[in-house]
Design a protein around this ligand. Structure first.
Ligand code: ATP
Ligand code: MG
Length: 565
């Protein structure tokens, strides 16, 4: 296979293929981006070569199980062969051309990885979405993106059919299923009869590669567009130092296919390092299946959202002996220090938190080898220069709370999203002075560690104090009665706004006296954190509103408190 991204080798006047060392150097700003880059050609096909020469252990590239005895294991060579066939399906019968946008709404099945790589090979713009999307969500995505093609599994078909007449740009519907469906091309059928001869398109390194929709925690999801290199090269250091991956590792990253976390943990960071991506089909998260999987398979590396760890520590984890697990990660939401401590006490393993966004990937992380400060998101990840800034774009000193921002000028880091598609106003609104503002508030300490306070909109101002919900939630969860909580502002005639906690009780406390428990929790928070931040109002609820990614939607609770719809 011919690599597309090459440097002109100074001494020999020959084109040399890019190496992992080159990718690292690019992330450290020691080398410039090559003109062309394609993740399939320059990374995956290179690992396939290394498999042949024995420079990579005989570890699959993808290892998929469904808990019902079915299993798929592909080497990089097989992934290459199969994805070339998939590429031919997309360009020939589907009639797609370089630059066309393809919405891919599939569960965790191997075809998701095939279509993803096939899009890279053909220069199509991959747009994943979760199968939990409803008809109106799919309509929003198809119309906003002007997608030419939708690739979906059968459970998504009725929703697509109900809105497809409102999507004039959509030309092709491709079904991934053993069954057939009127009006849909069958991926399986076409795949069987398609050739595996395909040459990878020489994509520009800044050419669009994927559009990821943000989680929509605070409103309609935004379409963050990423380039071949922002995703394909930008996760090199994250894979090596945060995920701590080598080609002999097996990483299980539990993320829905629709979110950038799937790209970070189950495609780019892992395959850049040549590691094996482990996938469990698991339609619904279930702690028993989860723990069984860790005891059955030689998974070395685990990455999951904090909400999963919050559920797991409710179990008696000492009863489980994990087969090969050695490195655990979390991100996407703040991790309460209490959960980290419990995980550590019960499993003997640290929990390495990372902080990131769909727009810019991983910004801060507790990298392997660095001391972990419980409750901190770790230090800035290269090439980002992360600072805390004020409302005028000035850098604040360590210890001062402000907005978490990334330096954009003089050169915009290559691993940034290129834009919110068709939304120049929203794109421009992310820039303040020399910085990109994340919309999150935090503090940096004098050692360069970042501490999350809350989303800028979630911060509560009560009697002149600024209160971050995360601090209060972390205090609450230390109490044995609290399984989970969400802290928001609530109107108050005297103070303007006060702190209100919505609390989900842990099993043993479900039938406790609510008045007594409220007092006990308030008392606990007053002792554990700044007394003024204790929740003056407490409401016990069976569950919290969450995004499909499992993030707490504080804005829904807050709007309800303030009588907004
Ligand atoms: P939207 O932008 O559509 O409202 P979203 O911001 O939740 O949704 P994502 O890009 O998936 O969409 O999430 C990024 C956000 O998640 C961050 O801006 C931050 O608020 C939160 N986040 C991610 N990791 C962490 C972490 N380790 N600690 C605290 N918050 C985190
Ligand atoms: Mg966001």
């Amino acid at each position: 296979a011919k690599p597309t991204g090459r440097y002109l080798h100074k001494d020999h006047q020959l084109w040399a293929p890019l190496t992992l060392a080159d990718f690292e150097a690019i992330n450290r700003c020691e080398k410039s981006l090559p003109k062309n880059f394609n993740f399939a050609g320059d990374v995956l096909d290179q690992w396939s070569q290394k498999e042949k020469t024995g420079e990579r252990p005989a570890n699959p590239a993808l290892w998929w199980v469904n808990g019902k005895g079915d299993e798929v294991k592909w080497s990089f060579e097989e992934l290459g062969f199969l994805s070339r066939k998939a590429a031919n399906v997309l360009t020939k019968p589907c009639g797609l051309k370089r630059g066309d946008r393809v919405a891919v709404i599939l569960p965790r099945i191997p075809e998701w990885w095939l279509i993803n790589v096939a899009c890279m090979r053909t220069g199509l713009v991959f747009m994943p979405g979760t199968t939990q999307l409803r008809a109106k969500d799919i309509l929003y995505r198809l119309r906003a993106s002007k997608a030419k093609c939708i690739v979906a599994s059968e459970e998504v078909v009725p929703a697509v059919e109900s809105i497809v007449s409102e999507c004039p740009d959509l030309k092709t519907k491709l079904l991934v299923s053993p069954c057939s469906q009127n009006g849909w091309l069958s991926f399986q059928e076409l795949f069987q009869s398609t050739s595996a001869e395909h040459s990878c398109v020489e994509t520009g390194s800044q050419e669009p590669m994927a559009i990821y929709f943000t989680s929509g925690t605070t409103g309609s999801p935004k379409m963050a567009q990423h380039s071949q290199s922002s995703l394909g090269i930008g996760y090199t250091l994250c894979g090596r130092y945060w995920l701590d991956l080598k080609s002999s590792d097996i990483i299980w990253n539990i993320s829905d296919t629709g979110w950038i976390k799937a790209a970070i943990g189950s495609v780019f960071s892992s395959w850049l390092q040549g590691a094996c991506v482990f996938v469990h089909r698991m339609a619904q998260f279930d702690t028993d299946t989860f723990l069984d999987t860790l005891t059955t398979y030689p998974i070395t590396t685990l990455c999951s959202a904090p909400t999963v760890y919050r559920m797991l520590v409710q179990k008696d984890l000492k009863r489980y002996k994990f087969k090969k697990l050695r490195h655990c990660l979390t991100g996407g939401e703040p991790l309460n220090p209490e959960v980290l401590e419990q995980w550590k006490a019960q499993t003997g393993l640290e929990l390495y938190e990372g902080y990131g966004q769909t727009e810019v990937g991983i910004i801060c992380a507790n990298q392997k080898g660095q001391e972990i400060k419980s409750g901190s998101m770790g230090k800035a990840v290269l090439p980002y220069d992360v600072q805390i800034i004020d409302e005028n774009g000035n850098i604040l000193p360590p210890g001062k709370e402000g907005e978490i921002a990334l330096r954009l000028k003089s050169t915009r880091p290559f691993c940034f999203f290129s834009e919110y598609v068709d939304n120049p106003e929203k794109t421009a609104a992310t820039v303040r002075g020399d910085f990109y503002v994340t919309g999150d508030r935090g503090v940096m300490d004098s050692d360069g560690y970042f501490w999350f306070v809350g989303r800028a909109d979630d911060v509560i101002i009560s009697s002149g104090y600024r209160i971050g919900p995360f601090e209060v939630e972390s205090a609450l969860i230390e109490h044995p009665a609290v399984a989970e909580s969400a802290v928001v502002s609530s109107p108050d005639p005297i103070r303007g706004e006060v702190v209100k906690a919505f609390v989900v009780l842990s099993a043993p406390f479900k039938s406790s006296n609510p008045e007594k428990l409220t007092l006990a929790l308030q008392d606990h928070v007053k002792k554990s954190t700044a007394p003024y931040s204790y929740p003056r109002k407490v409401e016990f609820v069976p569950e919290l509103p969450k995004t499909i990614t499992g993030k707490i939607k504080r804005n829904v609770l807050r709007d309800h408190e303030w009588g907004r719809t």
